[in-house]
Structures are given as structure tokens and as C-alpha cells.
Design a protein around this ligand. Sequence first.
Ligand SMILES: Nc1ncnc2c1ncn2[C@@H]1O[C@H](COP(=O)(O)OP(=O)(O)OP(=O)(O)O)[C@@H](O)[C@H]1O
Ligand SMILES: [Mg+2]
Length: 339
Amino acid sequence: MADNGAAPMILTEHLTKTYPNRGGKPIEAVKNVNLTVERGEIFSLLGPNGAGKTTTISMISGLIKPTAGDAFIGGHSITREPMAAKQLMGFVPQEVALYPQLSARQNLVFFGKLYGHYGAELQRRVDEVLAFIDLTDRQKDRIETFSGGMKRRVNIGVGLLHKPDLIYMDEPTVGIDPQNRRRILDTVKQLRDEQGMTVLYTTHMMEEAQELSDRVAIIDHGEIIALGTQGELTQQVGGQDQLELTIDGAGWSEELISTLEQQVKGVSRVQYLPPDEAALDGGIGLTGKLNVFVGQGRRALPDVIELLNRAGVDVQSVKVQEPDLEAVFLALTGRALRD
Ligand SMILES: Nc1ncnc2c1ncn2[C@@H]1O[C@H](COP(=O)(O)OP(=O)(O)OP(=O)(O)O)[C@@H](O)[C@H]1O
Ligand SMILES: [Mg+2]
């Protein structure tokens, strides 16, 4: 029954969920998802509303049955060996699920008993979890008196009670104030770094996926459209850095574009916005804007500045824009993640 230690933490094979739809076309919520989550990594499922994140997590946690395909947790099939698979996982659902009239401690004790803990061992475990979620001093207060962020932290605590190897967190920061959000993100990293846990994290927020993840799968309309480290993903879409330079339009000449393109290593394209267009794009007064698209922005920057200076162009400010997951999503779907 135990985790055999050699299998990946999560492996999904052709995982598919189709919901019937009265009269209409069935809803293909998740289509043929194949992914592997390694032990000890934070893996994010990043996708917009309705992409299929919760449906995927619900299938791999055994809450709903796949229409087709299967998921293996530590080598155990979630459909054929659900008990063995579930033993390895903790689950933090998208909606907070706690008893509002019980205290934080009473909730943890209640769920701990459900997981089969009892006696002194249960009390010790509840103490540990309360300390970890930093709510020891509020443990006796009723959940209904807690802020949304504190409720979330208790919910995370519930998911950790039985010391799982793997924890699922479904958009745990939605609707949470920045301070609690920060704490939750730090908690996620601590779980990996201090406890060696594997975390499967879903979010529609690019910044969170970027900050937390070892690897990211981008999901859209039920399909994984890209998977890898942030670096791999940005490379896949030809991600280039963009140097944004504000320059004194006076010294500018059109030939400088081809000089920059030809003489600075790694530069693929240079775009010049004269002062009137630069103003629309955030420039001011008589300054123009130069966008230099280049493989490695920081490396190319000194050469770009030197070349401009030699030509008598005054550089007033510089920004290095590195490609992010938002750019990847946009390149793959033609839409912004936030639409
Ligand atoms: N029980 C259900 N019956 C019918 N359709 C469903 C059901 N649950 C989800 N869906 C549909 O499946 C698709 C994926 O939904 P899902 O909840 O997995 O998305 P999500 O990525 O978690 O979105 P969100 O960011 O809003 O939480 C959506 O089109 C949704 O309407
Ligand atoms: Mg969801």
C-alpha cells in the first residue's frame, strides 16, 4: 500500500472530463491531460477562469471520476486504488470548508479524527499545524470571527494534518488581502523547502505561478498548451528581452536602427518611436523611445548605450523587460490571461 518512492508524485494519462450538458454540446472541461509532477517540486497549473484547473485537481484527488484516462499518485491509480493514493495527498479546496461555529483548534481536531488520528498524537499534530499556519494565538476563536485570509490558513492546516507527501492547493489566494496572500505564498515555499513536500498549485495569476513554481503547465479550454520551467516556456515562444530606452530625439537618425541591428550581438529587431508616438506610449516631451529586442538584454545593454553615445544620442533612461508567462500565454492564445 505504501508509497513506493520511485514513481513520480503525480502522473496523469489522457486525463479527460466531459460534463453532460442538457440539450447542448457536452462540456469538455479537461481534454487528454498528460503530465508528470516530480517529488519535491512546486508545480503550477496556470490558466484563466473556466480553464479546467479545479476539474483537473478534483480528478487527481479522487473527488470526481474521469470520463477517460487515469492519474497515478506515487504510482497508485486514483480510480483503482483510491485509498492508497489518497493517503499521500492533502487537499486545500477552492472554497473554504470549515465549521464556522467551531474554533480553529476544534476544526483541526475534527478533521484530524476523520483522518484517523486520536489522543495525544492528534493534539500534538494540531499544535504543530497551528504553529505552522501561525494561528496558535487565535486557536480558541471561532472560525466565523476570522478574516478570509485566516480561514484560508486554517483550510491549509486541514490539508496538512496527516503529513501528506503531496498537497493540492486550488487558488488559495483568491479574494485574500495582500498580507495574508504573502503569508500563504511563503507557506507554500516553506512546505517545499523545509518539509520536502510536493505542491500542486493552481492559479490564474501569472505573478504567483512565476514566483512559486519550479515548473508550470499552462491550461486553456481544458488543454495543456505549454509545460516547463518559466525559462523553457518563454524560449518556446521565442521570448526575447526588450530594452526600452528613452532617448533625446534630437540626435536620432534612421540609420541607427540598422547599425544597432547589425553591430550589437543578439539584437533581432529595433523599433524607434518618435516623440509624439513615444508620448502615447508613456514618453515625455521631446524624448523618443527605442525598443531593442534582444536575446539577453542585460548583456547587450552596454553595447547599445555605447553605440548610441558615439552617435551623439543621449540615453535618458533604460528598462530591461524580460519575457514573462503573460507573454507566453498571449503568444500561444492571442489573448491576455486576465481577459
Ligand atoms: N459540475 C459541472 N457540470 C458542468 N460543467 C462544469 C462542472 N464543473 C465545471 N464545469 C465546466 O468545466 C469547465 C472548467 O471548469 P473548472 O471549474 O475546472 O475551471 P477552473 O479553471 O477551475 O476555473 P476558475 O478559475 O474559475 O476556478 C468550465 O467550462 C465549467 O463551466
Ligand atoms: Mg477553479
